[in-house]
Ligand binder design. Sequence first.
Ligand code: ZN
Ligand code: ZN
Length: 479
Amino acid sequence: MVRSLRLASILLAGACALALPAAVQAQDAATVRAAETLRDSALKSNVALDFVTQVTTRFGARPAGSPAEQAAAAWSAEYLKSLGFQNVHIQEFPLVGWERGEESATLLGAHPQNLVVAALGHSIPTPAGGVEGEVVRFHTFEELQAVPDGSLAGKIVYIDAGQLIPMQDGSGYGPLTRIRGAGPAEAAKKGALAFVMRSVGSDMHRMPHTGTTRYIDGKVPLPGFALSGPDASQLSRLIDMGQTPRLRLTSTARVYETVSQNVIADVPGRTRPQEVIVLGSHLDSWDLGTGAIDDAAGGAITIAAAKAIMEHGAPARTVRVILFGSEEVAQPTNTGNGGGAYLRSLSPEQLRNHVFTGESDFGADRVYALGLPVGAQGSDFAKAASRVLYPIGVLPLADPETSGGADIGPIVQAGVPVFRLNQDGTRYFDLHHTADDTLDKIDPAQMSQNVAAWTALVWLAADSDVDFRAMRPAQPTRP
Ligand code: ZN
Ligand code: ZN
C-alpha cells in the first residue's frame, strides 16, 4: 500500500511530462502512439459486453465436459470467426466430468433444521439415504492433521476457518483452498464418514461457494460439502453453546467420461507470425450460477482486446486468444486440463516462439496494477507500458509476475514470459462459485477499462520485438 501510494505520487508529479524512454523514442514511438489510440477507442468497444451476455444467456452454467460447455465452445468458435479471427479451431481432450445431482444437510435433534450446502466438485456421493454422524469441529486444516489417524470413526469432520476477508488482490483465498482440496482425504485418514467446511467466500448469504476438491493418490475418498456462511455460523454457535450437533448429509453426485476442449483463434502477425502472444481465460464454469465473472468475463475482455487490435491493423506478432476448457475441476491424474492439453500440442520450437502470455480470470472489475515478467521491471517496455496505462489508473508493480493463472500455468512453467493485469478483487469472493455469479454482477464501465488495458498492453508487446526471455537475470553458475 505504502509503495503504491509513493509510486502514485511520483507518477502524478510527472504525469504530464512522462517522456518516452530513448529506445522507445528511437524505434517504437509509433507503436506507443498507436497503443494510446487503441486504449481510448477500446473504452468504447461493446464486444466484451456482447460476448459475456451471449455466452451466459444462451448456455447458462457450463460445467467442464458438460453438453453446455461443449455447445458454448462450438458457438464461441463461430462467434470468433464472425469477428474475423483466423485459424479458429477446437482442440479436444478427454475429461472426467462431474455432476452434482441432489444434495441436502439436516441438523438433527428435537428441532431439525435444514442447512444450505453445496457438494464440492468431484466429491463422491453419499450412500442412498445419506450419512449421519456427530460433528467434530476444527478451525484449521493443521488442527485436523494433528489428531491421530482413525480417531474420528463414524464422525463428520467440520472445518470452520472463518469467513474470507475481502482484499483487493484476493490474497487469503489460496490458503483456504487447501482445506477444500485436501480436506476430504485428510478426514478419511482419521476415519470420518464425511467432510464439511465453511465455504470459501467473503459474503454472508445462504449461497454456498462450491469449488473442486482434489484427488489424492487417484481418489476422492469421502463426500465433501461447503456450507454457506450463515449456516456455518449457526453450526459453530451451537458447538460454542456446548452442544454436540448431529448432521445427516445426502448427495447423489456422479462422475462420467467425457471430453472438454480449448477454443483457439488468431490475429496473425504481419511480419513475425510465428511469434505468438497467448491471451487466456476459461469457458467452463461452476454449475450453480452462469459463470459470468468466472470466467465468461475473461473471454469477453481478451476477445475484445484482440478484436480491437485486429481492427487497427495486424501487429508484427500473432495475438492468440484461447478460451480454455475445464479450468475448474481436478482430475484423477494431474493432466493440467485445458492448459496442459495446449502445452502438449506444441512442438519445442513453437513453445520457444511463445513470447508473452497473460490470463484474465478474476471477474470484470477494474485493473489497478501491471505485473511484468522477471527482469522486465524498469525496462523500456515497462516505461512505455506505464505511460500508456497510467491514464486509466494502472500502475506497474515492483515485483515480477511469475504465475499468471491456472490456464496458462503449464506454458508459463515451461518458460513462457508472463504478465498479469491485476484486477480489483474486493467483491469477487462474494460471488465466486455461487449461484449469484450472474451477468448483472458485471459493471460494463469497469469491464471496458479492462479491455482498454489489455488492448494497449498486448499491442505494445505484439507490435515490437521485445524479448522478455533475454531480460531474465542469468542463472548463477556453479563454482
Ligand atoms: Zn476462474
Ligand atoms: Zn473458478
